[in-house]
Write a protein that binds this ligand. Structure first.
Ligand SMILES: *[C@@H]1O[C@H](CO)[C@@H](O)[C@H](O)[C@H]1NC(C)=O
Ligand SMILES: *[C@@H]1O[C@H](CO)[C@@H](O)[C@H](O)[C@H]1NC(C)=O
Ligand SMILES: *[C@@H]1O[C@H](CO)[C@@H](O)[C@H](O)[C@H]1NC(C)=O
Ligand SMILES: *[C@@H]1O[C@H](CO)[C@@H](O)[C@H](O)[C@H]1NC(C)=O
Ligand SMILES: *[C@@H]1O[C@H](CO)[C@@H](O)[C@H](O)[C@H]1NC(C)=O
Ligand SMILES: *[C@@H]1O[C@H](CO)[C@@H](O)[C@H](O)[C@H]1NC(C)=O
Length: 502
């Protein structure tokens, strides 16, 4: 009798130990999202802009070189937080403007909700930009234990002021509360410090999820002078300031990693670094040799900078390059699974779990990638009957093939402004007149990553197959929400701050 009880007791203890061991081994997750950081703007892509911290991390982690994000801000952030394409959340068109009553739908948990459910302590610092017209849409209502940052985008880096037409206000909050004592504190320093505070004060009994969404390196063009010292040779003013903004961000990430080390948790932290979209060439960014830039469905808009670093990654993966197709929507199932969480209770996901791809180099489970279908953007007439309407802005990847329809945005190839173009390996050219009138393009991205050769006339059946697939995706879409601005959003009605008004 006694012996039996003892056996049961031992078993119970063993199970407990095992559970707590498994839990303890779950990594902390640090997700750093840069804003408008271009493909050509990270050191290891051959940039004239130096990123020693990012390079060191990336070169001992896994560089994602077939990695995609959305062409603009709200869309990428919405997919990161939901694991779902914009056609399934109603955010197909543009961004959420400050006065629009819109947001990532509340019908599905966010990445932070799921990580919190899995036992993580969840914190966000930086730019949210996926809805704020009601309190229910704010980060601390959507899975984050704490939040400090901007609800919108395009603030002044020092005053944290944002104007939208004639409406102006401060956009900075601590959890739900307006913050008015950080004027003059450059946001890259401010956000880095807040992230470091979280690490320093963090209670090690729970794994940590920290989402740091820098304002850097989005316009306005602002950086403390000292960060531009080593870039005086860059004659283009915007590019020079941008280089300084990148330098400040790189330094901030270095400071944050030191805080993780000092806390003794860096060895068990998985870092994901990603941009939110391609660089904005009108504000110092660059995506050379990719075609197009931020806002377009060309590769320069969507082929993003990204890498993963972590000591817990399989040793054979340290310092490798992944050519597997990975998309920003994939982080949701990848990170929730890594955290030992469950994907129950979500609306159907469009992201796929990429952990094996990243951690052991196995083939990507992703065979297709819907870049977007934006029903509010039209160009020309349908080129085919009985399938997807090619006047609609859309792009789809199937394997190596990419189909683009409608008006994809400016498709010029823009070299960095300070480069001697005679030294470039590729021709510098603008879109031709023909490009400006047509509305269907087909590329083989593996063979032609810079989208020089349109194959749509040569492979009509491939075009038809991909249009049919777009028609299928469109049949699953919810209607697009792009409401008019609401005058009640006016910061003058809310103590001079942007924030919830309903
Ligand atoms: C602003 O106020 C908060 C809350 O009182 C405080 O923690 C923070 O240090 C203050 N910041 C500055 C720059 O004084
Ligand atoms: C990084 O830390 C150094 C040393 O404390 C500090 O001078 C610098 O401002 C920090 N940089 C950022 C971006 O936070
Ligand atoms: C992290 O792991 C490395 C390699 O296993 C080891 O050399 C280092 O001492 C560890 N650092 C900490 C802070 O545990
Ligand atoms: C998912 O499952 C967990 C564990 O069984 C449960 O606590 C949680 O409430 C579920 N979540 C949803 C959204 O259904
Ligand atoms: C599509 O159908 C219409 C009406 O039947 C016809 O006029 C048009 O030429 C067709 N367009 C194409 C591209 O086949
Ligand atoms: C595309 O952008 C380039 C560079 O800014 C510009 O020269 C060109 O006129 C633009 N093309 C169109 C169609 O707007």
């Amino acid at each position: 009798m006694q012996a039996v009880s003892l056996t049961i007791l031992v078993t119970v203890i063993a199970q407990n130990v095992q559970t707590s061991d498994t839990r303890a081994s779950r990594p902390h997750i640090l997700f750093v999202l840069a804003d408008d950081f271009g493909y050509h703007d990270i050191g290891y892509h051959g940039s004239e802009i130096k990123t020693p911290v990012l390079d060191r991390l990336a070169l001992s982690g896994v560089r994602l070189e077939n990695y995609y994000v959305q062409p603009i801000c709200t869309p990428t952030r919405s997919q990161l937080m939901s694991g779902r394409y914009q056609i399934h959340t109603g955010l197909q068109h543009s961004i959420i403007w400050p006065t629009q009553p819109n947001g990532l739908p509340l019908d599905s948990p966010t990445l932070a909700d799921k990580l919190r459910e899995a036992g993580y302590s969840t914190h966000m610092v930086g730019k949210w930009h996926i809805g704020m017209y009601k309190k229910d849409y704010l980060p601390t209502s959507r899975g984050f234990d704490t939040y400090f940052g901007y609800l919108l985008g395009s603030e002044d880096y020092y005053t944290h002021f944002r104007c939208d037409g004639h409406l102006c206000g401060t956009d900075l909050r601590n959890n739900m509360d307006p913050v008015n004592n950080e004027t003059g504190h450059y946001s890259t320093h401010l956000f880095t410090q807040k992230a470091i505070d979280i690490v320093n004060n963090y209670d090690v009994s729970k794994p940590l999820f920290l989402y740091l969404a820098y304002q850097a390196v989005h316009e306005p063009m602002q950086v403390p002078d000292s960060y531009m010292d080593k870039y005086q040779h860059i004659k283009d003013r915007d590019r020079r300031i941008y280089a300084g903004m990148v330098a400040a961000m790189d330094e901030g990430i270095g400071n944050l990693t030191e805080a993780f080390k000092a806390k003794g948790i860096w060895n068990n932290t998985l870092l994901v670094f990603s941009t939110d979209n391609g660089g904005q060439i009108l504000c110092g960014g660059n995506n050379w040799p990719l075609r197009g830039w931020k806002g377009s469905l060309w590769e320069g808009g969507v082929h993003g900078v990204g890498f993963v670093y972590g000591r817990m990654l399989d040793e054979k993966m340290h310092g490798t390059v992944s050519q597997s197709l990975i998309h920003v929507s994939d982080w949701f199932p990848t990170l929730v699974s890594l955290a030992g969480g469950s994907l129950n209770g979500t609306q159907p996901l469009d992201g796929v779990n990429q952990w094996e791809t990243i951690n052991s180099g196995s083939a990507s489970p992703r065979k297709e990638l819907l870049h977007n279908i934006d029903p509010l953007f039209h160009k020309g007439k349908p080129a085919y009957n009985g399938t997807f309407d090619t006047s609609v802005r859309a792009a789809l990847r199937i394997g190596d093939w990419k189909l683009i329809t409608g008006n994809p945005g400016n498709g010029s190839w823009i070299p960095p402004p300070n480069i001697d173009t005679t030294l470039l390996h590729y021709e510098v050219k603008c879109s031709s007149h023909e490009e400006m009138t047509k509305n269907v393009w087909l590329f083989n991205i593996a063979k032609d990553p810079y989208e020089h050769v349109d194959l749509s006339d040569a492979y009509p059946s491939k075009v038809k197959e991909m249009l049919d697939r777009l028609a299928y995706y469109q049949s699953t879409a919810v209607s697009c929400r792009y409401p008019p601005g609401d005058p009640r959003a006016n910061p003058a009605l809310h103590g001079g701050f942007w924030g919830p008004w309903e």
